[in-house]
Ligand binder design. Structure first.
Ligand SMILES: Nc1nc2c(ncn2[C@@H]2O[C@H](COP(=O)(O)OP(=O)(O)O)[C@@H](O)[C@H]2O)c(=O)[nH]1
Ligand SMILES: [Mg+2]
Length: 257
């Protein structure tokens, strides 16, 4: 294979789930061989997450992690991941992001990658809201939030073929990611919280993006411990996006095309 598959996971206090997720990801080595990289952004965890990551890194040369010394939030972790990947990898490479809480099944990764490449897309979203997608074990409150967010965001930032704006399980074309980072002069992910996932798509929509979705069965029944999402803060974050996200300007002050 002549491209890298980088699997990036934001993790904050995931000692119970991270070994399960990393174990589930290992099968990708058989498919992608030396082209596979797994990179965790450990965002100031205060539990054993770092210790576990250190053990995995020692055992597997394709697993690595970056530490934030103090917790900075999901948005900042994604920012770190994007900038690292954009710096180190390039054209033809694919970045997959997924939660480290064991609710996103890595079995669909090769299908997402194939779809991205075959259909020449910029991003493929693992989506709960397409045929074959669903949610197991999620509270009514959370179901309403993701559906409400999707309806609101679709109105302000429509993207063809996209229904799920908040799921963090995605495949990105690294070349497109590079261009988006440059277009926004570094400000592609400015949110600190969970609304960052929607912000990324909102900014993509202003640039023009070729997107697709692959059905996701969200296995929330496998989640151990509490969600780290702060619901009210996230809703506020979504509501601010239409004010915050504008089409980027080039250096000469033209609108970016
Ligand atoms: N880096 C970082 N990751 C976080 C933070 N809070 C949550 N996460 C990670 O973001 C992902 C989503 O959080 P999670 O609790 O699974 O949210 P939910 O599944 O939407 O309820 C998980 O991989 C978390 O470990 C944070 O403050 N920093
Ligand atoms: Mg999760």
């Amino acid at each position: 294979m002549d491209f890298y598959i980088i699997v990036g996971l934001p993790a904050y206090n995931e000692e119970k789930s991270i070994p399960k997720v990393l174990d589930k990801l290992l099968y990708l080595k058989d498919i992608y061989g030396d082209c596979l990289r797994i990179l965790v952004v450990n965002d100031g965890s205060t539990d054993n997450t770092e210790k576990i990551l250190k053990e995995y890194k020692e055992r597997y040369d394709f697993i690595n992690y970056i530490n934030h010394s103090v917790n900075q939030g999901l948005g900042r972790a994604i920012y770190t991941l994007f900038y690292h990947v954009s710096h180190k990898y390039g054209k033809g490479d694919v970045l997959i992001t997924l939660d480290a809480d064991n609710t996103h099944n890595p079995r669909i990764i090769p299908f997402m990658v194939n779809k991205l490449i075959k259909e020449e897309l910029d991003v493929v979203i693992a989506s709960r809201f397409v045929k074959g997608g669903r949610e197991i074990g999620l509270s009514m409150e959370r179901k309403l939030l993701s559906r409400g967010a999707a309806a609101f965001l679709k109105l302000f930032f429509p993207i063809e073929n996209v229904h799920d704006y908040s799921c963090g399980f995605r495949a990105y074309d690294v070349d497109y990611l590079d261009k988006a980072i440059m277009a926004y002069g570094g400000g592609l992910v400015t949110s600190r919280g969970f609304e960052c996932m929607a912000e990324i798509l909102a900014r993509f929509s202003k640039l023009g993006v070729r997107a697709g979705e692959f059905p996701l069965v969200l296995e929330y029944n496998l989640k151990q411990g509490e969600s780290k999402m702060k619901i009210l803060r996230t809703i506020k974050g979504y509501l601010c996006l239409p004010l915050k996200v504008r089409k980027p300007q080039t250096k000469r002050g033209e609108v970016y095309e």
